[in-house]
Design a protein around this ligand. Structure first.
Ligand SMILES: Nc1ncnc2c1ncn2[C@@H]1O[C@H](COP(=O)(O)OP(=O)(O)O)[C@@H](O)[C@H]1O
Ligand SMILES: [Mg+2]
Length: 307
């Protein structure tokens, strides 16, 4: 099989997998890219595609893009952290920012079980006595010069974060113990992590904290923007229902409730489904009422807009 020099990553050979896929594994192989680093073939992950545009809230977008800029030959990009309540738009912002700068986006979900090898290279058994090395989405972004979104990074243990420490400072590389290789980040590689400001978190030690700067806080949007966000996510949404749900969210924000636009999208979506089954005109209010109740529970009904 011919190797093709990958112009974007000097020193890295690339080939398409799939041509010689073993039987029974064809689909997994098809279209996946293999690069060779220090003689070790690595199977790369696929970039993520989310069909959504970032609406309003330009200031946080500006801050994120600024953190990624390189303004001098001696400068380095930063590794920003997006913080906010669950459902305010952190993952969406990270993804949309990657698209703004025209890069591939690789979302990697962090959990309490995420181990260092999950973040870098995992060995997968491939038939008798053969190992296949699979690059994580994060490592794939490092190799291809994409954007890695380490989602909900606060769920991940210190041990896993520690394996990324050299990547997060001036060294910009990671080491795979499993494959016995050291991988340097492509100059265009960018990283962002998101963290919920709830209790489900590990307290990260200072040396990790200091490498994940700046911290960009995503807050609730203004009424106009919130309506536009609902509209963007539910383009088929009925005007009256979207307005109702916007009012509901704004009332809840004013009372500092945790409800976010994600809840709003769910409420509007379910209300429209309920309404589509209804037969009479009063059903709209009833559908919204039920939808709020079954999405957020009884307590949320106090923000139900009257009139
Ligand atoms: N500014 C925005 N523009 C477009 N969609 C948004 C915006 N903010 C939030 N959303 C939508 O709200 C939902 C929740 O956003 P998400 O990024 O998953 O939140 P988080 O990662 O903070 O939990 C998604 O459906 C997303 O499309
Ligand atoms: Mg998220």
């Amino acid at each position: 099989m011919q190797y093709r020099r990958d112009r974007a990553s000097p020193g890295v050979a690339t080939r398409r997998a799939g041509v010689r896929a073993p039987r029974g594994h064809g689909n997994q192989y098809n279209g996946s890219v293999i690069v060779e680093i220090d003689g070790v073939p690595l199977h790369l992950a696929h970039p993520d595609e989310i069909p959504v545009n970032w609406v309003g809230q330009e200031e946080v977008m500006r801050q994120l893009l600024a953190a990624w800029l390189v303004i001098d030959a001696q400068d380095l990009p930063m590794n920003p952290r997006l913080i906010g309540k669950p459902g305010v738009g952190k993952t969406t912002l990270a993804y949309a920012a990657a698209k703004r700068i025209g890069r591939e986006a690789y979302i990697m979900q962090a959990t309490v079980d995420t181990r260092p090898e999950d973040l870098i290279v995992q060995p997968v058994i491939e038939g008798a006595a053969r190992l296949r090395y699979v690059a994580s989405p994060l490592l794939t972004a490092m190799i291809r010069g994409g954007v890695a979104i380490l989602d909900e990074g606060n769920r991940m243990s210190e041990k896993s974060w520690a394996s990324l420490a050299p990547m997060l400072d001036t060294r910009r590389y990671v080491e795979s113990v499993v494959a016995g290789i050291k991988i340097k980040a492509h100059p265009q590689f960018r990283l962002v992590t998101t963290m919920n400001d709830d209790a489900s978190t590990f307290d990260l030690p200072e040396y990790i904290h200091s490498r994940l700067q700046p911290q960009i806080l995503i807050d609730f949007p203004e009424r106009d923007e919130e309506y536009q966000i609902l509209k963007e996510n539910l383009p088929f949404g009925e005007e009256r229902i979207l307005q109702y749900v916007t009012d509901f969210l704004q009332h809840a924000h004013a009372a500092d409730e945790r409800y976010t636009v994600r809840d709003g999208i769910n409420i509007a979506r379910f209300a429209m489904k309920l309404k589509s089954l209804a037969t009479d005109a009063v059903e709209e209010a009833r559908a919204l009422h039920l939808s709020i109740l079954e999405t957020l529970g009884e307590e949320a009904l106090r923000y139900f807009p009257r009139g």
